[in-house]
Design a protein around this ligand. Structure first.
Ligand code: NAX
Length: 328
């Protein structure tokens, strides 16, 4: 039998965790033939709730679930991890300033970055879902100097999937017929969903849509503000869709993107498309064997340029703020 792949998940007793763990345990991340060991991190007061989740995992009797380890010490939980899904983060609470939020998350992601650096397996791949995801990934990366920078990523796949759903609806086309959509920039309200290179059943999406008003006043703001719309409707933030996107992102990273298509992932910038080097920003990427490459040579029109710049400017400001807090 094969050695189980060790998948570490932080914030495991939270809402996203409750959707995510059962899917990973059932093979949705690594396939039906790969045994998985879940290594679940929580803060001490949430360990009891996490024990309840583990009872339910047991009760599913998943054939692919080899083992579950839980705890509150990242140095123990990240030991030997091949994949780390960093979901747990400090949410913004009432009256909290932006600086307080960055500082609270800095305390989490500096510690977790160091723990990954010291204890994760050599083939570790890290996906940050917890917000502010791009900057949390930057903090973790900066605190893990022995892990190659390209092993860190932040989740913009939920935004990508949301954009696919909107484009499918507008064009009356199933999502299976859509290709090459891109989310650029930050996982925030400044993100830019780009359909100028996208394809609908093999035709250019912007030409198929041919509706600038929809693009500017409907599509882009709907994707940017979808998180808030879910909270408004459900009374809680996106959880099952965020879990699904975390799996899509990590599965495609490990197993490769489809020929003739690409994905959106926030990864460290090499200066491509004038995104300042070192920022963790969303790009169109192809993946193969656990590695990603930024798609090169796309023509960026003026409309897109302004929106990419606005989002990467925001990322630069977040980087300046956490630099000033000595978190990098
Ligand atoms: P919950 O508040 O339900 O769960 C978060 C869990 O993390 C809690 O159980 C908490 O105890 C735990 N936690 C906090 N600090 C921790 C630490 N230092 N170590 C380990 N665990 C810790 O939030 P949930 O709805 O699951 O969302 C989790 C994160 O995902 C939030 O930051 C949220 O903003 C972010 N999201 C990111 C999305 C994305 O597309 N990138 C979309 C969905 C979601 O909003």
């Amino acid at each position: 039998s094969t050695t189980p792949v060790k998948v570490a998940v932080t914030g495991a007793a939270g809402q996203i965790g409750y959707s995510l763990l059962f899917r990973i345990a059932s093979g949705a991340l690594l396939g039906p033939d790969t045994p998985v060991e879940l290594r679940l991190l929580e803060i001490t007061p949430a360990l009891k709730a996490l024990e309840g989740v583990v009872m339910e995992l047991d009760d599913c009797a998943f054939p692919t679930l080899a083992k579950v380890e839980i705890g509150d010490d990242p140095n123990v939980i990240f030991d030997g991890a091949n994949v780390a899904l960093l979901i747990g983060a400090r949410p913004r609470t009432k009256g909290m300033e932006r600086g307080d939020l960055l500082e609270a998350n800095g305390a989490i992601f500096t510690v977790q970055g160091k723990a990954l650096n010291d204890h994760a397996a050599d083939d570790i791949r890290i996906t940050v879902t917890g917000n502010p995801a791009n900057t949390n990934a930057l903090i973790a990366k900066s605190n893990a100097p022995d892990i190659p920078a390209e092993r860190f990523s932040a989740l913009t796949r939920l935004d990508h999937n949301r954009a696919l759903a909107q484009l499918a609806k507008k064009t009356g086309t199933p999502v299976t017929e859509l290709r090459k959509l891109t989310i650029w920039g930050n996982h925030s309200a400044t993100q830019y969903p780009d359909i100028f290179h996208a394809e609908v059943a093999g035709k250019n999406a912007a030409e198929v849509v041919n509706d600038q008003n929809w693009l500017e006043s409907d599509f882009i703001p709907t994707v940017q503000k979808r998180g808030a719309a879910i909270i408004e409707a459900r009374g809680a933030s996106s959880a099952a869709s965020a879990a699904a996107a975390t799996i899509d992102h990590t599965r495609d990273w490990l197993r490769g993107s489809a020929d003739g298509d690409w994905l959106s992932m926030a990864v460290v910038s090499d200066g491509s498309y004038d995104v300042p080097e070192g920022l963790i920003s969303s790009f169109p990427v192809t993946t193969k064997d656990g590695n990603w490459e930024i798609v090169q040579g796309l023509e960026i029109n003026e409309f897109s340029r302004a929106r990419i710049d606005a989002s990467t400017t925001e990322l630069g400001e977040e980087r300046d703020a956490v630099t000033a807090l000595n978190l990098l």
